[in-house]
Design a protein around this ligand. Structure first.
Ligand code: GRF
Length: 207
């Protein structure tokens, strides 16, 4: 049984979709803790309602980056975390944490990376940029986390068609439906040891 830490700052719809799959027994894992840089995110209420510990981390409370990274690492060690899941966490993960969880920290991005990613591409800004670029296809990317925004190895992508008449909201809605399907799918594969690294590419073995 793998132990997961979820970092989330917002509404937590991806967290809910992951939790559902764990509760139904589809993912062999336990959410050990939920961590946020927001003092009262909706995701904390969801976690608390099922007895999952929550932690607010405020970068400003630490004198420097090393102390901040050390605190995050101590939390992840305390909860014996195997996989770190970023689900709407907007802060860059400190390098020592990325290093300790190399190939064991994942993020979901609401576009087809490497396009429409990087600093500043978050939330509705991603969908606005997709629409104004005129591309006909967008999608969802799940990737391992490295020291930069949205550049780690890609684990899984799925396309979503851009329709004429789409607004950022309508597009975000269809993209989110795909996120809720593929993030639990990747997490299940990780927990079952089916994610393989082959010549710089990531492959997922069938169940
Ligand atoms: C999602 O669109 C995800 O792709 C991005 O942040 C958003 C989080 O949404 N990284 P939610 O809080 O899971 O509903």
């Amino acid at each position: 049984m793998k132990r997961l830490a979820v970092f989330a700052s917002g509404r937590g719809s991806n967290f809910s979709s992951i939790l559902e799959q764990i509760q139904s027994g589809n993912i062999p894992a336990k959410v050990a803790c939920v961590i946020s840089d927001n003092p009262q995110p909706p995701v904390f209420s969801i976690a608390s309602s099922v007895g999952i510990p929550t932690h607010w981390i405020n970068r400003k409370q630490f004198s420097g980056g090393d102390e901040y990274a050390g605190f995050l690492l101590s939390l992840l060690v305390k909860y014996e975390v195997d996989l770190v899941i970023l689900a709407g966490f907007l802060k860059l993960m400190p390098a020592p944490v990325v290093k300790r969880f190399k190939n064991a920290m994942i993020n979901i991005h609401p576009a087809l990376l490497p396009n429409f990613g990087g600093q500043g591409y978050f939330g509705m800004k991603v969908h606005e940029a997709v629409l104004s670029s005129g591309v006909k296809t967008t999608g969802v990317t799940v990737h391992f986390v490295d020291e930069h925004y949205d550049t780690g190895s890609i684990i899984r992508q799925e396309k979503v068609d851009v329709r004429s008449g789409d607004t950022p909201e309508s597009l975000a809605h269809r993209v989110l439906e795909v996120e809720h399907r593929i993030y639990p799918w990747v997490i299940k594969a990780f927990c079952e040891g089916r994610i393989k690294h082959l010549n710089g590419r990531i492959e997922i073995e069938d169940e």
